[in-house]
Design a protein around this ligand. Structure first.
Ligand code: ZN
Length: 81
């Protein structure tokens, strides 16, 4: 058994290059910002402030975590009014 998951992943990478990524939402950060993951190649992206997709780095994940916490708090306060 010489399984090679890498070759499978790169095949999906080619599919993505040809047809575009198949992003699914992995986390809702705010009403305007979501995190996505490609179900084919595993590439993770997120919307930035200007609404464009950028690669989801660890730093951006942390930023989004803080943003999500802040956003939820803000929402909760609004909904109790
Ligand atoms: Zn992809």
């Amino acid at each position: 058994m010489n399984s090679s998951p890498n070759s499978k992943r790169s095949m999906f990478g080619l599919l993505c290059a040809a047809f575009g990524h198949d992003y699914i939402v992995t986390r809702k950060v705010t009403n305007h910002i979501n995190e996505y993951k490609c179900s084919h190649c595993g590439r993770e992206v997120a919307e930035n402030d200007s609404g464009h997709l950028e690669v989801l780095t660890q730093k951006l994940k942390n930023t989004n975590s803080n943003l999500a916490t802040f956003f939820q708090k803000k929402n909760r306060r609004v909904s109790t009014l």
